[in-house]
Design a protein around this ligand. Structure first.
Ligand SMILES: *Cc1c(COP(=O)(O)O)cnc(C)c1O
Length: 465
């Protein structure tokens, strides 16, 4: 499989290079040159596979030509072997025609494990085959950092540096990162905001000499490999409620648009999807976009669902590229406008086409607590604040009542105990994966929001390349 950049000015690459590169050198995001196609009969034949086998089948066309191709099935088995539920991603029914897809049975209890456990192994194997090493640098407001650290700790070919905003992540989220004391893991608390952390990462990638010296890679959802691994659970969940013989609807609590874009990929591959309900918290840039066709940047406000507190959804660029007929020049014009004026408007035709498949919803913190309470009283289940935003979107979506609604449950309620307790009066018990979290020693370095000092820290701690 060949990959192209949304900005059209970067070389086409194969899967292994796309995995290691992350952001394309022209500032764009990579995606496949063509969407693999599965017929209805081929999709029907996937029913009954276990999760890891399905993962290998769905990912196979994307890694064609990669050194990973021959051992993909074994890699997928290894990636999901440590998940704590035998189904890996079990479905739980919460309404007459409404299911949660539980994506929190991996080591860090959020859906990012479902991709990063695969991607961590892929990094190790590809680098080993090439006799190379890499340095992953990333910024996190919480869940990405811990999932990336769990996926790469102790891997011989990888050093990982994760920056989080000092004092601005939850205790559980911070400890999930800082109690991993493997020699190749480096947590940096930046005296600043999440946006400051992200700007530091971008600046390190923009410094071509530094990028080359440390062979920098990214673990955030601009990396195509993450999106690819997330496509799997869309097929998985839909097959369990009657696809491909009937269309299903997905509701996705959304931040950077990576997760819901993976669903779009599944649909482009042939999975019958009636709708994607895109759930946002009060940081509702996507909801406003779907309502108006204008993408307009605002400030970020902190909410009960911090992993969706975003200013702009970076993966939306991939959707734009596809809906604009893969016209890279048109994408560049919109991205320039965003940079210069903080806004762009999508032509009515393309925006209208998106509305056939996507509908945007928002839920503020009061609504989030209300939904957590309602679901608890109706079903006895505790859901996390991100999942609550998804449940709201699934309920509000305009759909044929016969269409199954699948809400992605993106985090375990125990990751956000304060919000869950405020909504229900019940403290979610810490699952086994987190037992002892508050007793283990933490290790992190606090640095000012200063690029030179962060670079010096990386230079000092990255193992010899
Ligand atoms: C990362 C995250 C999201 C947002 O996912 P995107 O791919 O950025 O849209 C939602 N919920 C949880 C719990 C997350 O960790």
């Amino acid at each position: 499989m060949r990959y192209v950049s949304t900005r059209g000015r970067a070389p086409e690459l194969g899967f292994d290079d796309v995995l290691l590169t992350g952001l394309a050198p022209d500032g764009g995001l990579y995606l496949p040159a063509a969407w693999p196609q599965l017929s209805r009969a081929e999709i029907a034949a996937l029913a009954g596979l276990d999760y890891a086998s399905l993962a290998a089948r769905i990912m196979a066309p994307f890694v064609k030509g990669s050194v990973l191709e021959p051992d993909l099935a074994a890699l997928a088995r290894e990636a999901y072997a440590g998940f704590t539920h035998p189904a890996v991603a079990p479905l739980a029914q919460i309404g007459a025609n409404h299911w949660l897809v539980e994506l929190f049975h991996g080591p860090t209890l959020a859906f990012k494990d479902y991709a990063l456990q695969v991607v961590g192994l892929m990094f190790e194997r590809v680098l080993k085959a090439r006799g190379q090493r890499t340095t992953i640098v990333g910024a996190t407001s919480g869940d990405t950092g811990s999932a990336a650290i769990e996926a790469t700790k102790d891997r011989a070919a990888v050093d990982i540096f994760i920056m989080h905003p000092a004092g601005r992540t939850s205790d559980v989220q911070r400890r999930q990162m800082t109690t991993v004391t493997a020699a190749n893991v480096h947590n940096i608390a930046i005296k600043g905001t999440f946006d400051d952390c992200q700007d530091l990462v971008k600046a390190m990638f923009a410094d071509q000499a530094f990028r080359a010296e440390f062979n920098l890679s990214a673990a955030n959802s601009i990396n195509w490999a993450r999106i690819m691994a997330q496509v799997v659970y869309y097929f998985w969940a839909a097959l369990h409620v009657g696809a491909p013989h009937r269309a299903v609807a997905f509701s996705v609590p959304t931040g950077n648009f990576g997760n819901v874009f993976a669903g779009y990929v599944a649909a482009r591959m042939g999975l019958p999807v009636a709708k994607f309900a895109v759930g946002s918290n009060s940081n509702d840039i996507l909801t406003r976009y779907f309502e108006t066709g204008a993408m307009t940047k605002n400030g970020v406000v902190p909410t009960l669902s911090p992993s969706m507190d975003i200013q702009i959804s970076s993966n939306f660029e991939r959707l734009l590229f596809d809906y604009l007929g893969r016209d890279a020049a048109a994408v560049i014009r919109l991205m320039d406008s965003l940079k210069q004026s903080g806004a762009y408007t999508v032509a009515a035709g393309a925006h209208g086409d998106m509305l056939k498949m996507f509908e945007g919803f928002r839920l503020d913190d009061d609504g989030t607590k209300r939904v957590i309470g309602e679901v608890y009283r109706a079903t006895g289940r505790l859901i996390d604040p991100h999942t609550a935003v998804g449940v709201h979107a699934a309920r509000a979506a305009q759909l044929d009542p016969a269409t199954p609604r699948l809400t992605l449950a993106t985090a375990h309620p125990a990751k956000f105990p304060a919000a869950v307790k405020a909504a229900t009066g019940v403290e979610p018990p810490l699952p086994a994966a987190l037992a002892g979290l508050f007793e283990r020693p933490e290790r992190f370095t606090t640095l000012p929001n200063d690029l030179d000092q962060v670079k010096a820290f990386v230079r000092e701690h990255a193992r010899q390349l």
